[in-house]
Every structure is written in structure tokens, then in C-alpha cells.
Design a protein around this ligand. Structure first.
Ligand code: SF4
Ligand code: SF4
Length: 157
């Protein structure tokens, strides 16, 4: 049985939740040094229902895929041009290269399209600004050709 344990990546301000005053670069207002300050009373949405791709079992159980270890939160319920995609959000400025490679191998085995973002150089001043890249089978790339720059997509076939 997987559990978040010492990971608090989704409370740290890499994802956004207006009601928690959490957005890129700003942690949830309830986060403390030792975890959630309102854990028993945390809201149903997003806190109780949110499960990243490691917690929901999409990614291998190996803890090296856990967000606080691998430096990325994988969202597995996203859509892009009608395709079910994984959205890989960096815990920090960018997804570590080793993590991206591991995810690409996994996605390749499953022919699973995925997109990932990278925060820009001036992350400290504009943490919300990102560039987005994609990898997927040829049909996915055809369907999303207007969504990404030509140099920002990779064929997973
Ligand atoms: S990022 Fe995933 S493993 Fe980490 S606290 Fe959130 S749901 Fe749990
Ligand atoms: S309320 Fe608690 S569980 Fe929810 S995002 Fe904030 S710190 Fe995390």
C-alpha cells in the first residue's frame, strides 16, 4: 500500500489551488515545517481526493518515482487534444534529466503521450511562466501540432 509519507510536493506551490492561496512559487497557506497544519480538516478538494501518478499506482512503486525523490509530480488525469496524457510538473525549476529519461522509457513502453513543463530562467521573479514540451506516438503529435513548437515535440513511436 503506497502512502505519501514524507512527501509534501503537492502542497509546496508547484501546483495551483486558488482556495488554498497556493500557486507557482507559493506554498499552501496551511503548510507548516512538519506537514499540513489542518490535516484532519483539510478540504475534500483538492487535498483528500488528489493523487499523483506515483500514489495512484500509475508509476512503478519504486520510491525513486516519488515526487520528493524524483523532482516531478506526474498528473495522470489530464487531456490534450482529446488524448489522455500524463502532465509532468517540475518540483523546482525543471524536471531532472534522469527523471525525464525514466518517464520517457515508461511512456514509450506504454505508448503513453506525456507533456512536461519547465519554468523559465527568471523563475524567482516569474514562477508561473513555463515552456511546455511533449512526447508521444506519431498520431498524438499530428493531433497536437499546433499546441507546441516544432522543436518541442518528440516522437515516442
Ligand atoms: S505529490 Fe503525490 S506522493 Fe507526494 S504528497 Fe502529493 S499525492 Fe502524496
Ligand atoms: S491544506 Fe494541507 S494537505 Fe491541503 S494543500 Fe494545504 S498543506 Fe497540503
Amino acid at each position: 500500500m503506497r502512502s505519501c509519507g514524507d512527501c509534501t510536493a503537492c502542497c509546496e506551490g508547484w501546483l495551483s489551488a486558488k482556495e488554498l492561496e497556493m500557486w507557482a512559487g507559493k506554498a499552501c497557506k496551511h503548510r507548516t515545517k512538519v506537514g499540513c497544519g489542518i490535516y484532519a480538516d483539510r478540504p475534500e478538494r483538492p487535498c483528500k481526493i488528489f493523487q499523483c501518478g506515483w500514489l495512484n499506482g500509475t508509476l512503478p512503486e519504486d520510491e525513486s518515482f516519488k515526487p520528493n525523490q524524483c523532482g516531478a509530480i506526474v498528473l495522470t488525469d489530464r487531456k490534450q487534444a482529446g488524448w489522455a496524457v500524463w502532465r509532468v510538473v517540475p518540483v523546482g525549476r525543471s524536471v531532472p534529466k534522469a527523471t525525464l529519461e525514466k518517464i520517457a522509457i515508461l511512456a514509450g513502453e506504454r505508448q503513453q503521450p506525456f507533456v512536461w513543463s519547465e519554468r523559465l530562467e527568471n523563475f524567482a521573479e516569474e514562477p508561473w511562466s513555463t515552456s511546455t514540451f511533449a512526447m508521444g506516438p506519431e498520431a498524438f503529435l499530428t493531433d497536437t501540432k499546433w499546441d507546441f513548437g516544432e522543436e518541442d515535440v518528440w516522437d515516442l513511436s
